[in-house]
Design a protein around this ligand. Structure first.
Ligand SMILES: [Zn+2]
Length: 320
């Protein structure tokens, strides 16, 4: 078995998982893929982790000039926050963005202001840093189904709503794998056991869309992927079984949210509590032997964000 938290893990087929070390090891990844003088980076981690990502390139032996493409799966800071700062060190890299993400990357002022409102200036700088603007001549939008060549490798970009509407996944035919950003949920390697991996939805504010997510999973599975490369965290296999678990999780989340829609001021606290109990129950079914306190610790941040996102989803429904 490979060590889960080594800084750089070789996954075969010219693919390397780099740990951005955001917040803690084993939480946030980006992927380097390619060969020879043609490499791509899928997701970047936040701006605070750009030096770690560049060290990852160096560890694999990829010269900055050989990095051709930067592919942020969506514009959440843990996936795209480093795009602007990395570009300053990667002279030949072009950014391929979802059409709904492009404007935010060129002018990140709204994104940065939104993050500052959530975290406060000091926390934002400590946790993520600001997204630096991407020069307009170094970025272009990719369309749904577009195939981009990276030397001999073909990468296909698939529009992937569900977690966020500005989200794409990248299909890599050579490894029969998807770089999924957050569209295939999250799965921490600490929960791996003989039953395989444990998977949860990630419903971070503000665009959770359960129906859209099911359609995204349909489209992903049509490709019969043998592996999925998650940003949170690492490669998973046994994809049909994990997809079924993720679908159950998405449906359970919608149901839980609806059940607590009328909780008023207590709604958020109640959602956090119920989502935590739901995760612990699923972990028990999974045969997880970690102490409960450790499981709670590993999931606390995601469950807080998931509860916030479900709250936003409920509010959006009542407004229409
Ligand atoms: Zn996200």
């Amino acid at each position: 078995m490979t060590e889960p938290h080594q800084a750089v893990e070789s996954l075969g087929d010219g693919i390397y998982r780099i740990d951005t070390k955001m917040h803690r090891p084993g939480l946030d990844a980006c992927y380097l893929l390619g060969g020879d003088q043609h490499w791509a980076l899928v997701d970047t981690g936040p701006a605070t982790c750009s030096a770690t990502v560049l060290a990852g390139l160096e560890a694999v032996g990829v010269a900055p000039e050989a990095l051709r493409l930067i592919c942020p799966t969506h514009v959440h800071l843990d996936h795209a926050g480093g795009v602007g700062s990395l570009l300053q060190h990667l002279p030949n890299a072009q950014v391929l963005a979802h059409e709904r993400a492009l404007g935010h990357l060129v002018d990140p002022s709204r994104l940065n202001a939104g993050a500052r409102a959530v975290y406060g200036e000091e926390e934002l700088l400590r946790l993520f840093g600001y997204l630096e603007p991407v020069p307009v001549e170094r970025i272009r939008a990719v369309t749904d189904g577009e195939i981009v060549h990276l030397d001999k490798r073909e990468l296909k970009f698939i529009d992937s709503p569900g977690h966020a509407r500005h989200h794409y996944c990248v299909w890599d035919a050579s490894s029969r794998g998807f770089f999924s950003g957050d569209a295939f949920g999250l799965s921490y390697r600490e929960f791996d056991n003989a039953n395989g991996a444990f998977i949860l939805p990630t419903t971070t504010p503000v665009q959770f869309d359960p129906q859209g997510w099911h359609r995204t999973l349909d489209r992903m599975l049509e490709h019969e992927p043998e592996q999925v490369y998650l940003t949170h965290f690492g490669r998973v296999r046994q994809i049909p079984a994990l997809a079924a678990n993720l679908r159950q999780g998405i449906d359970a989340y919608s149901e839980i949210a609806r059940r607590h829609a009328g909780d008023g001021r207590a709604r958020h606290a109640n959602l956090v509590q119920v989502l935590t109990e739901d995760a612990l129950r699923r972990l028990a079914v999974h045969g997880c032997k970690l102490p409960e306190a450790r499981s709670r610790e590993l999931l606390a941040m995601d469950i807080e964000l998931n509860a916030q996102g479900l709250g936003v989803w409920l509010d959006r429904q009542t407004r229409h």
